[in-house]
Design a protein around this ligand. Structure first.
Ligand SMILES: Cc1cc2nc3c(=O)[nH]c(=O)nc-3n(C[C@H](O)[C@H](O)[C@H](O)COP(=O)(O)OP(=O)(O)OC[C@H]3O[C@@H](n4cnc5c(N)ncnc54)[C@H](O)[C@@H]3O)c2cc1C
Length: 518
């Protein structure tokens, strides 16, 4: 990752991946100027803060800004870079790379669209990464320390740890608080694979610092992170081998969605090993030899780099939570109730450090709830949130609400309306026919319980359905919405029309026939 921060006496994590630094170009320097200004001096705390926020990822940032706008005296503590995972080692860099990887995939497919491009399209990897850093620098301006300070937030850099039930220590100062919010996020979970640490590996914390595209890359884990980066690096020209110890990718998603993704990765040229476990890693010269077991078959592959993406672990260590009386679990994170309050009623938590759904928008939404509940006696509930999500592979896989299996577990009767993207005019004209829109309603009603969309722009399409679920808008109303033609989102209206057709009972049909005859 970026600058080592132990100058401030910060704890070094035991499972930290090998240190790595992005190229020190003007984009990186511009980013650092905003999110960790080298000449920054922490303020001197005066009196009690209304709210001390620990962690300046999307959750902490939104909480600090909202509280300051509402007139509270706020401190925000960050041990590394403002912006957290989203800006520095998560959503922003990964989506920037995915965009370029789609460009290369489209270029390879140019003939299908009547284009002529050379067969050997050269990938300029350093420029791809420079574009990514340029985008980080641009988006980092919104998270800058100076802007936060101008908005009335006291920004402290350093590792925060509780000194008591209403005090936090940071960089030699002790801050007193009325309320605190823990938004310390999560970090890559590293499987205890013998030899992995010795051989060296990449995680999301250093993969975006690469200056050369690995020739052969082993991706461990077929969750969103593993699948997104496997496809992107494959499209940059890496030979990708992906191992997933489940029988499908994205095990939470509907099986047919995961199957479409698996087919898409295979078409891109990814070597797929499902139901396969990495059992050991060795080195032979500069090569890393990965030993795998699939059922009872053992085999090895030789690669240049290994990307470990098997999950996320909450950042609860080093916070001295015991001193504050905050209960936590090293796997599931800080324990919170539905109002996001911890076992210390002055202290709340939000984002990846306590949520099952580890997404930027979930971190932000939960932080908003926590601020209202903490400072304004609010009674907003986490369980009331409708949280969609999307895996940004090609095609994308987006979901909101219940899965059919969850509805069945809850004994809720479900009826599903499915539209295949190859029946949607715009998907056909775009040559983006892979996928479907599936909307589940409570049987006998038009109440939307959940939806899965597999489509090139599924992430854009799912938002309309999140809105409908959140506002209690049923499929009958969705069918009344005029969708612009031709758009891929028309698939949603087509599913709603399919629902409407089921309301035409034989009795209604015969009445209509009689009426028209008359
Ligand atoms: C590769 C990748 C791609 C992703 N893509 C997406 C996506 O497309 N869409 C999406 O919604 N989500 C995505 N995510 C998830 C998203 O990045 C996280 O859900 C989000 O950043 C969580 O926000 P947060 O505020 O809870 O925590 P974080 O962003 O992790 O921020 C926590 C901050 O707390 C700081 N901190 C920790 N401990 C301390 C301490 N003791 N003292 C001071 N500071 C501390 C950390 O340095 C960090 O800056 C992705 C994640 C990864 C890894």
């Amino acid at each position: 990752m970026t600058d080592a921060l132990d100058g401030d006496g910060n704890a070094v994590r035991p499972d930290e991946p090998p240190p790595s630094r992005p190229p020190d170009d003007r984009f990186h320097r511009a980013l650092i100027d905003d999110v960790r200004p080298p000449a920054w001096r922490n303020p001197k705390p005066i009196g009690k803060y209304d709210l001390v926020v620990i962690g300046a990822g999307p959750g902490g940032l939104i909480a600090a800004r909202e509280a300051a706008v509402l007139g509270a005296k706020v401190a925000l503590i960050e041990r590394n870079l403002l912006g957290g995972d989203r800006l520095n080692v998560g959503c922003v860099p990964s989506k920037a790379l995915i965009r370029t990887s789609r460009l290369y995939a489209d270029l390879h497919d140019a003939e299908n669209y009547g284009g002529q491009v050379p067969r050997d399209i050269a990938v300029d990897f350093p420029r791809v990464m420079a574009r990514m850093r340029r985008i980080q620098a641009r988006l980092g301006r919104a998270d800058s320390a100076r802007r936060l300070s101008e908005a009335g937030v006291d920004v402290y850099f350093g590792e925060a740890s509780f000194a008591g039930s209403d005090t936090v220590a940071v960089a030699g100062e002790v801050l007193q608080f009325r309320k605190a919010l823990i938004a310390t996020g999560a970090r890559p979970l590293i499987a205890p694979i013998p030899g992995l640490a010795e051989a060296g590996y990449l995680t999301n914390e250093n993969v975006f610092d690469l200056t050369e595209c690995p020739r052969r890359l082993m991706v461990i884990g077929g969750g969103p992170l593993g699948c997104e980066l496997a496809q992107a690096f494959c499209r940059f020209g890496s030979q990708i081998i992906i191992a997933q110890d489940d029988p499908t990718f994205l095990p939470k998603e509907e099986r047919d969605a995961a199957q479409i993704l698996s087919d898409a990765l295979a078409r891109d040229g990814v070597e797929i090993h499902l139901n396969t476990t990495v059992v050991a890693v060795r080195t032979e010269g500069a090569r890393k030899i990965v030993d795998l077991v699939s059922d009872d078959v053992s085999f090895s592959v030789s690669v240049d780099e290994i990307l470990a993406g098997i999950g996320r672990a909450p950042n609860v260590e080093g916070l001295n939570l015991e001193a504050a009386g905050v209960r936590y679990d090293t796997e599931t994170g800080i324990r919170v109730d539905d109002f996001l309050r911890t076992s210390n009623k002055r202290i709340y938590a939000a984002g990846d450090v306590c949520l099952e759904h580890k997404f930027t928008h979930a971190a932000e939404a939960s932080a908003r709830i926590a601020v209202r509940n903490a400072l304004f006696l609010g009674r907003k509930r986490l369980s009331a949130l409708i949280i969609p999500w999307c895996t940004y592979t090609d095609p994308e896989i987006a979901h909101v609400g219940l899965y059919v299996r969850e509805a069945r577990e809850k004994a809720i009767p479900v009826r599903t309306f499915t539209i295949l993207m190859h029946d949607v005019d715009r998907a056909v004209t775009d040559g983006e026919e892979d996928g479907f829109v599936k909307i589940h309603v409570r049987h006998g009603t038009d109440r939307i319980l959940g939806a899965t969309i597999v489509a090139r722009h599924a992430g854009e399409m799912i938002n309309g359905l999140s809105f409908a679920i959140g506002e209690g808008i049923g499929l009958r109303a969705v069918a009344r919405v005029i969708h612009a033609y031709p758009t891929q989102a028309e698939a949603i209206k087509m599913a709603a029309d399919a629902y409407n057709r089921t309301r035409l009972t034989p009795m209604l049909k015969s009445l209509t026939r009689r009426w028209l005859a008359w």
